[in-house]
Every structure is written in structure tokens, then in C-alpha cells.
Design a protein around this ligand. Structure first.
Ligand SMILES: NC(=O)c1ccc[n+]([C@@H]2O[C@H](COP(=O)([O-])OP(=O)(O)OC[C@H]3O[C@@H](n4cnc5c(N)ncnc54)[C@H](OP(=O)(O)O)[C@@H]3O)[C@@H](O)[C@H]2O)c1
Length: 271
């Protein structure tokens, strides 16, 4: 999938030619970074793994000759979020894709609390700090800005067996929906992207056996195309099918249905 020249022109004339993608070393973030690179955007990219970060930086430069600023850091750590903010203050970043995140699954009582708190710090706290920083920065940059927040299909109801991960994404979804309205009058577009299962590093880290997965290539371009056009995007047909078909279902029943889906994804954990 390729971005259309019309989309590229629209995005550049509105937001300038610098974009930031957190969690660009793998999966959805990597795909989004590559598509921005292909479209000629200069990029700030982040991740914890230096090798993977160098690899995608080189790829972006060699393939598309764009400027790339790789920032290595663990965004669950406050000081690394600060480092990213300080290291990008001199750039007019017009599009900030806050994608870095991970999931957990399984029985809540067996969860490693340290890991859950770390996930909360990355999925919610870092996203809050970065969106607050970039919203304020974009407000004064003299061009429009866009913030993309990575939500999930699990954000729309509680999900037994991934209760805390779903709660972190409900936070993201709620924050994004509200800011899309609140920040519009000051020239900042906010998009929350809520994909269903995507084949990436996610499932391994979350210890989920997911089926019906989409490739990152199937969600990257739709997410970029929705910037400035939509407040929430449900990329992928399974996501649309589940969310639209369950629209009239009472919330308590949705919780049970999503619990069944998640039991399937985590069945192997009982063995
Ligand atoms: N895959 C799915 O089914 C799915 C569905 C809905 C939503 N999502 C969301 O989509 C986003 C991207 O996930 P993905 O599927 O692309 O997974 P992925 O392949 O595991 O990619 C996650 C990215 O986040 C970075 N990251 C992880 N922990 C980090 C930390 N502590 N500090 C900084 N960066 C960190 C990783 O880089 P390093 O390892 O180099 O740090 C990697 O680049 C996440 O927010 C996820 O919750 C995924």
C-alpha cells in the first residue's frame, strides 16, 4: 500500500515536513515511519533497541534520503521521555505518532505487578506527557499540528484476561476522543487509531496467540490517511466488523464477548 500524492501534498502543506514516530523499530510504528519516509518526511524515530533503531534509520536514509533523528530510550522511564522532549525541541514536528506500547494478558491475580505498572507508565503516562508537550509546542509553531494516539479494539469495553492492557487503551481512547474536539480550534488534529489483531512483536510480548491478524502494511497507510480527516479510525475489517456489529450490544455483554475472544488468545497459558 502506498500513500497517494494527494494525501502527501495535503499532509505536508498542513503540518510541514517533520514527523515523529515512537516505537518505530517494529510492527505498526515501523511501517508508519517507512511510509512517512517514502513520502519524503524527515523523521524522529524512537525505540529501546539501538541496533533495530540504527537499522531503520539507515533504511530510511538510504531508500528515501530523508533526515532521520533516532532517539534511543525507554519511554516508560520519565527521564527518557524528558530526553526525547529536549532532543526534539529545535525541530518543527508537525505530526507526532505516539505509538510505543505493549500489552499483557492472563489471569489478573497472576500478573507481575511491576510489569503492569511499567505498561501503565509507557501506554498512558508517557503518552500523556508527550501529547501535552507536543500540543503546546504545535500551538506556537505557526503551522497546524497532528497527534496520533495508538489505541486498540480492546479500548471500547473491559476485556477479561487482558483487563489492565484494555484499561490502558481505554485511557488512550478517551483522552484522544476528547482532545480531538478540544484541540481542533487551536489547529491541532488528534486521531486515535484502534486496530484489531496485527502481526508484529506485540503478541509475543503480550503472550497472546492471536489469529486473523493483519500485516502492519495493511494498517500503516490507512492510519496516515486518516490524519486530519477522522477523530477515531478502526483500521482493518475485523475491527470494523466487531465494533460496528457490537454497537447495539449492551456493554456488559460486550465485556463477555471480548472475554471469550481473549480466552481463545490465552488458552495456551493454562497448559
Ligand atoms: N499488534 C496488535 O495486535 C495491536 C493491536 C492494537 C493496538 N496495538 C498497539 O499498537 C502499538 C504498536 O504495537 P505493535 O503491534 O507494532 O507492537 P511491536 O511490534 O511490539 O512494536 C512496539 C514498538 O514499541 C516500542 N517499545 C516497546 N516498549 C517500549 C518502551 N518501554 N520504550 C520505548 N519504546 C518501546 C518497541 O521498540 P523497542 O522494542 O525497540 O523498544 C517497538 O518499536 C502499541 O501501542 C500496541 O498496544 C497493537
Amino acid at each position: 500500500m502506498k500513500l497517494s500524492s494527494k494525501t502527501i501534498k495535503r499532509l505536508k502543506s498542513k503540518y510541514g515536513n517533520w514527523a515523529l514516530v515512537t516505537g518505530a523499530t517494529s510492527g505498526i510504528g515501523r511501517e508508519i515511519a517507512l511510509k512517512f519516509g517514502e513520502a519524503g518526511f524527515n523523521l524522529v524515530i524512537t525505540g529501546r533497541r539501538e541496533l533495530a533503531l540504527n537499522e531503520i534509520s539507515t533504511q530510511l536514509f538510504e531508500l528515501y534520503r530523508v533526515e532521520v533523528l533516532p532517539v534511543k530510550g525507554d519511554l516508560s522511564k520519565h527521564q527518557d521521555v524528558e530526553k526525547l522532549i529536549e532532543g526534539t525541541r529545535h525541530l518543527n514536528i508537525g505530526i507526532a505518532v505516539l505509538n510505543a506500547g505493549y500489552g499483557t494478558s492472563g489471569k489478573f491475580t497472576s500478573a507481575d505487578l511491576e510489569q503492569e505498572m511499567n505498561m501503565l507508565d509507557l501506554n498512558c503516562r508517557a503518552l500523556l506527557q508527550l501529547s501535552h508537550h507536543f500540543a503546546n509546542k504545535m500551538k506556537t509553531q505557526g503551522q497546524k499540528g497532528a497527534i496520533v494516539m495508538m489505541s486498540s479494539i480492546v479500548a471500547f469495553q473491559g476485556v477479561p484476561n487482558a483487563a489492565h492492557y484494555a484499561a490502558t487503551k481505554a485511557y488512550v481512547q478517551s483522552l484522544g476522543e476528547a482532545l480531538a474536539i478540544e484541540l481542533k480550534p487551536i489547529g491541532i488534529d488528534v486521531l486515535t487509531a484502534a486496530p484489531g489483531p496485527v502481526k508484529s512483536g506485540f503478541a509475543d510480548r503480550a503472550n497472546m496467540n492471536m489469529d486473523l491478524t493483519l500485516k502492519p502494511e495493511a494498517v500503516g497507510v490507512p492510519i496516515i490517511e486518516a490524519i486530519g480527516r477522522r477523530n477515531t479510525l478502526l483500521p482493518g475489517s475485523l475491527t470494523k466488523f466487531l465494533v460496528y456489529n457490537l454497537r447495539m450490544t449492551p456493554r456488559w455483554a460486550k465485556v463477555l464477548i471480548m472475554g471469550k475472544v481473549m480466552s481463545g488468545f490465552t488458552k495456551h497459558q493454562a497448559a
